[in-house]
Design a protein around this ligand. Structure first.
Ligand code: NAP
Length: 302
């Protein structure tokens, strides 16, 4: 088993992890980023970053690719292996992946979050056959058709807007009585004639044959089935934390509690970005706290 050692291991190559790694390299520290799938994290599927950070005007994938390239040039090691465990050992940390074992003096957890699933019949069955997690990638498949977006937060409203570029009609289905997204997203949705919002409504099942054909909805008026070719659920996020060592504290939803210092209850283990409880939710927030954690780690290691 490999025992390659770094000053700092950063878990996750989303925008927060890439930012932290770049900042650590500038401090002259050896840094390695670990990624289980592909660099970019949640923004990989977002073509229109809103607001776009400087350099992010060409969309999430291009932004992440540029940061990855810059990190490589600055000497950051990128390792495409899923992290399975982190353990405090010998005054530092042992990081175990599916490919081997590594050591670091400090660890920054920037493993992000994944989209929550609705958990209704048909959702898994029709994945890739009408059920999608990416409006930008799959929207073009629904030219002039009716699709449904589920949720009432920033993601649902932003992605509903994206889908109107392709679809004939977007049903925006929200369980609550009012959206809790940023006002500018609400204004855009309300002004878009292709979007029909339904409140107080939940999805009971996704129904179809070869492909999605209908949604079964429940509201105070009872249940109804509505024709619909695509279903995009944006109902919030679940943190990626399966590898955490004992002692790290999390909130009731499983997001890491690190507070303002960004250091977790385990000394030397930091958390930034979407995996951290209380992260502001914008890219700018995630990048700012990633830089802050990198500075704090660098100060600790001097
Ligand atoms: P979110 O803010 O947690 O909103 C999730 C929405 O889904 C809520 O409206 C919630 O309803 C609903 N929901 C949750 N579970 C549900 C279920 N089982 N069935 C039906 N509906 C359900 O998630 P998000 O919109 O993905 O945003 C995540 C974070 O990223 C937020 O901090 C957000 O501000 C940020 N974000 C920012 C931008 C941007 O700045 N451009 C874009 C996207 C996301 P209730 O309202 O009833 O709880």
């Amino acid at each position: 088993m490999s025992t390659t050692a770094f000053d700092v291991i950063i878990i996750g190559e989303g925008i927060a992890g890439l930012t932290a790694a770049g900042a650590l390299a500038k401090h002259g520290l050896s840094a390695a980023t670990f990624e289980q799938q592909i660099f970019g994290g949640l923004v990989l599927n977002i073509n229109e970053l809103d607001p776009a950070p400087p350099g992010g005007e060409a969309g999430g994938a291009a932004f992440a690719a540029e940061m990855t390239q810059a990190n490589a040039e600055a000497g950051v090691t990128s390792i495409q292996e899923p992290v399975t465990a982190v353990a405090a050992a010998d005054g530092g940390f042992g990081v175990t992946t599916e490919g081997g074992g590594y050591r670091a003096r400090q660890v920054i957890v920037a493993s992000g979050a994944r989209l929550k699933m609705l958990g209704v019949p048909g959702e898994t069955e029709f994945e890739g056959r009408g059920v999608s997690k990416c409006a930008d990638c799959d929207g073009p498949m629904f030219q002039n058709e009716t699709v449904a977006v589920i949720g009432g937060g920033d993601s649902a409203l932003q992605e509903a807007q994206v889908l109107t570029h392709y679809c004939g009609k977007v049903l925006l289905i929200h369980r609550g009585a009012a959206f809790r997204a940023q006002q500018r997203f609400i204004d855009r949705v309300q002004a878009n004639e292709k979007i029909e919002s339904r409140f107080g409504t939940t999805v009971e099942a996704i129904v179809g044959g070869q492909m999605v054909e209908k949604l079964r909805l429940r509201s105070a008026a009872g249940t109804e089935e509505i024709p619909c070719a695509g279903v995009f659920a944006y109902i919030g996020l679940e943190p990626n934390t399966g590898f955490l060592p004992a002692g790290v504290q999390c909130d009731a939803r499983g997001f890491i509690t690190a507070g303002d210092t960004l250091e977790t209850a385990v000394s030397g283990l930091w958390a930034v970005g979407a995996v951290r409880s209380g992260c502001g939710g914008s890219l700018a927030d995630a990048m700012a706290e990633a830089r802050r954690a990198a500075d704090a780690v660098a100060a600790r290691l001097k």
